[in-house]
Design a protein around this ligand. Sequence first.
Ligand code: SAM
Length: 290
Amino acid sequence: MKEGKSSSTAWGVTLARVAHVRFDESPPIFDDSLAFELVEPEIQPILEHYRPVRDPEKSALEEVRRARAYLPLRQRYQEECLMAAYERGVRQFVLLGAGLDAYAFRQPPDHSDLSIFEVDFPATQAKKRARIERLGWCEPANLFFSPCDFERDNLSQSLLRSGFDKRLPCYFTWMGVTVYLERETVRSTFSDLLAISAPGSSIAFEYALPTEDLSGSDLLSRQFSLAQKNREREPFVSQFRLEGIRELVTDIGWKRFEALDHEETAARILAGRNDDLSIHMGFRLAEAFN
Ligand SMILES: C[S@@+](CC[C@H](N)C(=O)[O-])C[C@H]1O[C@@H](n2cnc3c(N)ncnc32)[C@H](O)[C@@H]1O
């Protein structure tokens, strides 16, 4: 991330999720259509680029379109873990690298006792808040903002300043972010969070598999991603294998590590669909518990 510049991947993944609702078959894997409003009006027309391309000459692009079903799956996983945490009695929810996440604006009315903290790169967060104001949306009373650059700032201090209570358990989510950070930042962030995590806390997160482990359409999607112009400003930095990330997280002291069975989840979610969607396998999801 460049000082003072907001994230373009934040709107990139949002548009992919919205495109899934608009252009793919119903029912969607996850309905993130409200987040479209949070995309700047001059960016919104880019949604058209996500339309299915039936031109055989553009088959690589078509593969990438099909594999975007991973992004609604990731959002669904994030919110299924949130609901499970809420059921366990957790009442703090921290979105690390929140981007244009719209949960706070579509939260169930009977969950308003959940405190929601959005942590993000300061420029990304400032732009989102300006957009919320321009839309005339009212920021819910249980929503708190915590600007923080993971590479430079003290995350726990930033959260505590925003009203986070370290005596209470929390559900953290860290989706679409570790790949942009130095390995040491990923490690120190897990450590910093554990220090403010009361028993019963958990963190759901995503990591990228090494490019050399990918093949077929997964490699094609990764190569497409790596060739995007915004990679100059938001390069892919850290990649992990399952054993590596499990070791990193548990060595720090997180007690239990549960990797999502990606293949089983993909098969279950795609079963019964009549469209040709696939799930990108280059990124993986897991949850660690304290
Ligand atoms: C691909 S977006 C993901 C957004 C959101 N989690 C989602 O899934 O829609 C990446 C997010 O990571 C944030 N990010 C990247 N590097 C960061 C850093 N060094 N500090 C804080 N946030 C960062 C960006 O601002 C952006 O919001």
